[in-house]
Design a protein around this ligand. Structure first.
Ligand SMILES: O=C(O)CCC(=O)C(=O)O
Length: 258
């Protein structure tokens, strides 16, 4: 990881105003290559990639409608390399500088976004559980280049100041398109090793991956120390139980976590 990673006051101020920040060259190319090899290894974990395993997320292919594996959430417990990056003091320091206090890892996922995957509708990551930190911030670490052709994340600046823009009923909600000025969208174009940072209140979405390669991003989310301290284990316990309930509502009662 780049040893000279210190955010300037301007970067911190821009983040507060815009709700996102791109920092270039955070991971050295050797570290990206190591992470890329790890992503390839993880994609071969056919023992884990199972539609009943709630660690796995799925997306339909836009062309065929076929449901395809898209994401491991969590990932650091099956990947020492992802764990090392997620807890790297230099990365934690960047987020701590944005908080003005110590950051704690809250959530970690690896999105593979294979060719054809349809992408994510407009939403905020914040979900109104009592326990969910309002300080939630995500650092998205680029393994591959991301751009509009392969379904980069697009953020809508400034709206993070509105807080939660959906009903606060503890459920996941997409945001209606008319809640933002779509012309204000900023495509997070990243090169391998760059990171994009955005708030849990920043509306964002992504288009389908129209390229022939996966678009892999490691998403690491943190909360401020004064907003619950280290609560990753408690979060995942709650998340797993919440997800099991959501699947059960759709008649899927044989889910497990592995
Ligand atoms: O990686 C993407 O395409 C978007 C993912 C996203 O919006 C999310 O996980 O909240």
């Amino acid at each position: 990881m780049n040893p000279n990673l210190v955010l300037t006051q301007k970067q911190i101020a821009d983040y507060q105003t815009e709700g996102f920040l791109v920092v270039r060259g955070v991971l050295a190319l050797a570290a990206v290559a190591e992470l890329e090899a790890e992503a390839v290894r993880l994609m071969q974990r056919t023992d884990l990639i199972d539609s009943d395993n709630i660690r796995c997320r799925w997306q339909n292919c836009v062309a065929t409608g076929e449901c395809r594996f898209d994401c491991f959430d969590p990932v650091i417990d099956i990947s020492p390399i992802c764990a090392r990056i997620a807890r790297d003091p230099r990365l934690v320091e960047i987020v701590s500088a944005l908080f003005g206090e110590r950051a704690h890892l809250f959530k970690d996922k690896l999105i593979f976004k294979p060719p054809g995957a349809q992408g994510y509708a407009l939403h905020q990551d914040y979900i109104s559980w009592k326990s969910f930190p309002k300080s939630f911030v995500t650092v998205s670490v680029a393994i591959d280049s991301s751009d509009s052709g392969n379904g980069a994340t697009e953020v809508f600046p400034g709206y993070q100041l509105c807080g939660c823009m959906t009903p606060e009923d503890g459920m996941y909600h997409e945001l209606p398109l008319e809640t933002v000025d779509v012309a204000k969208g900023v495509m997070l174009e990243l090169a391998p090793g760059d990171v994009a940072i955005f708030s849990g209140y920043t509306p964002h979405r992504s288009a389908p991956n129209q390229s022939a390669q996966s678009r892999r991003l490691l998403y690491l989310s943190y909360n401020a120390n004064s907003d619950g301290g280290d609560q990753r284990d408690a979060h995942y316990a709650e998340f797993k139980s919440w997800l099991k309930d959501r699947y059960a509502e759709h008649g899927k009662t044989n889910t497990f976590f592995r």
